[in-house]
Design a protein around this ligand. Sequence first.
Ligand code: DC
Length: 222
Amino acid sequence: MNEDAPLKSFVIAVDGPAASGKGTIATGLGKAFSLPVLDTGLLYRCVGVLVKKAGESLDDEGSAAAAAALLTADQLDDPALRTRAAGELASRVAVHPRVRDALLDFQRTFARQEGGAVLDGRDIGTVIAPDASAKLFVTASPEVRAERRWKQLKAQGERVSLKDVLADIRRRDARDGGRDAAPMKPAADAALLDTSEMTIDHAADAARRIVEAARAKWLSSQ
Ligand code: DC
C-alpha cells in the first residue's frame, strides 16, 4: 500500500469528543451511503483493556505499543470495550505516539478499501485520512454530552452518577485535546456540527445533508 497515494474512493471522516453523537452519526452515514464504518475509538479501548489485563502500566508506552501492534479486527466486538472504564483506559493509552503509529496502518487500510468508508474518531480528518472527501467535526456542550453518556451507561446497566460522568467527559476532553500526538481538533476543512440543541435524528439528518453536498462535489471532480 502506498500511504501517500491520494484517496480515490469516497471517505467520510467523523471526528469529535466523547458522546457528541459522532458514533450514531457515523453509523447513519454508513447506512445512507452504503459504506462500511470503523469506530476507531474501539482500537484504543481494546489496547487500554489489554494493557490493564496484562497488569502493565498505562503509562508504559512500550507495552501499550506492543498490544496495539498485535490487535486484530475480531477483538473489537467485545461488549466490555463499551464501558466507562474502557473509555478512560483508551484515552490514557491514546497519548502515546507509538500506540498511534501502531494503529495507523489498520485505520488507513480500512479508509482505502474499494468503494470508500466512514471512520469516526478524534484525528481522522487531520491524520488518518487528511484527504477524505467529507469531513465532519461533531460537538455538543459537555453538559449535554454527559447526560447522553449517562443515559447510555444506565441502559447498559452501569451505576454511575451524572456528576461523575461530566467529570469524566471534562477530563477526557482535556487529555484528548491537549496531548502532543494527534490531538483532537477539527480539520481546517471540516464542517462543524454542534448537536447540543438537536435530537439524534435531527443531527443525523444534518450530517447526511452535509455529506450529500460533499459527495456531489466529489463526484463532479472524478
Ligand atoms: O470515541 P471513544 O470515546 O470510543 O474513544 C475512546 C478514547 O480513545 C478517546 O478518549 C481518545 C481515544 N481516541 C483517539 O485518541 N483517537 C481516535 N481516533 C479515537 C479514539
